[in-house]
Design a protein around this ligand. Structure first.
Ligand code: FAD
Length: 384
């Protein structure tokens, strides 16, 4: 390879952030210590720029990156491949079923919350080698290893997890999917002590798994949370508690991080995220970067229930943030905005009550409004 070809390859690889699997560990971790302020996007870029590009790397990325024009290379968005993933008109659905699941491999498992977060949440990257394509907003099913205690001899039931990456995965090559999993831990209500025999089977399996471990996957499933892309200037209001942020992380990478052919987002994405405290914030560095780089197209409001107070002096929940901006939200909904809710089931009653109260204060009927939003397919709920 001539000198100029090598530098061209190096430049191409450096733009294709994280396109190398080994960078997976640098997405959230540096030098084996967890970094909560890491900037996966920019730090990986810096890493890549300093990296010595081997001929093997250069060959591997030839098809996906060398064809980039200089203009694309200087753009801040990341190239994705294979672009055939854009072409199907319908989302992939149930390609693998519980009786015929796909054996995928764990690429990495990273704790993504700080030491003061109550509980543990992990970002898990799974290698499906391109065999289990999905769209943003869909879920994978996971069958944990072992026997179903309720049906001796039979495998465990499938557990669903929202996919937290875009269809191109965290390495932008269409071969991985990422999950955001909270470890389910059981505390005895009388003693207050953890009872490991009652901990959640699948979430613990996922959070304890190691790179290279096999994992049985089903799916993809779900259509409710697909990102409607018919209008690139649409408004998307995304409401999450905890791991409910997973599908939105996928949406936002698609809207702001990836250079997706034929879909240039020029609308508004507004994320409301409710978590316990600052240490529990998920993907905060990615979201903060979008705020900085796309201030006209992205808004981000956090509700930290154990750190902030609402206007009545109570804990600040996500519905309190919604109430704060209710005038704007109602106007946006009236103008066709999509609104999404994802997270624990328990989030919905408080949110619905707030929306109902706000509607009444505005002299509107919430029931009529809700049925109109549903009819217009503006209302998307996936809670668990
Ligand atoms: P299980 O083994 O199923 O146990 C469930 C709960 O019961 C646990 O809290 C466990 O501690 C408790 N328990 C167990 N034994 C006892 C006992 N004897 N007495 C009392 N309690 C007991 N989760 C995520 O973390 N991230 C996601 O993105 C996500 N997306 C989802 C998307 C959808 C569409 C759905 C439906 C669910 C989603 N979930 C997600 C939830 C996920 O599917 C699992 O339900 C969750 O991980 C718990 O599964 P588990 O196998 O760990 O717990």
């Amino acid at each position: 390879m001539s000198h100029s070809a090598v530098s061209q390859a190096a430049a191409a690889v450096s733009v294709s952030v994280g396109n190398e699997r080994s960078l997976g560990r640098s997405v959230f971790k540096h030098n084996n210590s967890i970094s909560f302020n890491s900037k996966p996007w920019s730090s990986s870029l810096a890493l890549n720029q300093n990296k010595t590009t081997t001929m093997r790397d250069a060959k591997r990325y030839t098809n996906t990156t060398l064809c980039m024009s200089v203009q694309q290379a200087s753009s801040s968005k990341v190239s994705v491949s294979p672009i055939e993933l854009e072409h199907p008109s319908d989302p992939p659905l149930n390609l693998y079923k519980p009786k015929d699941s796909y054996t995928a491999k764990i690429v990495s498992v990273e704790r993504v919350v700080g030491p003061k977060a109550p509980g543990e949440t992990c970002h898990i990257v799974i290698d499906h080698d391109g065999n289990l394509p999905y769209w943003e907003g869909q879920s994978y099913g996971v069958i944990p290893p072992g026997e179903n205690p309720k049906k001796p001899g039979a495998p465990h039931n499938v557990r669903l997890y929202s996919i937290a990456s875009t269809r191109y995965g965290d390495f932008f090559d269409g071969k991985t999917a990422s999950l955001c999993v909270r470890r389910a831990v059981y505390y005895d209500p009388e003693t207050g002590k953890e009872d490991p025999s009652k901990n959640g089977v699948c979430s613990n399996f996922l959070c304890d798994s190691k790179p290279g471990d096999k994992i049985q996957i089903t799916g993809p499933s779900g259509k409710v949370m697909l990102l409607p892309e018919n209008d690139p200037n649409a408004t998307h209001i995304m409401v999450a508690t905890g791991t409910g942020v997973a599908p939105y992380r996928g949406y936002l990478r698609r809207l702001f991080m990836e250079n997706v052919p034929n879909y240039k987002f020029g609308g508004l994405a507004w994320l409301f995220l409710g978590v316990a405290n600052t240490d529990s914030l998920l993907y905060d560095d990615e979201f903060s970067k979008y705020l900085k780089d796309h201030p006209d197209n992205f808004r981000f409001d956090k509700a930290l229930s154990r750190e902030e107070k609402n206007k009545k002096g109570g804990k600040m929940y996500v519905q309190d943030k919604i109430e704060e901006y209710s005038d704007e939200i109602f106007k946006l909904l009236d103008n066709g905005a999509h609104i999404y809710f994802c997270g624990l089931k328990g989030m919905m009653p408080g949110i619905q009550d707030t929306l109902k109260r706000v509607a009444e204060e505005r002299g509107e009927s919430w029931d009529a409004k809700l049925s109109q939003l549903r009819k217009n397919k503006q209302w998307h709920v996936e809670v668990y």
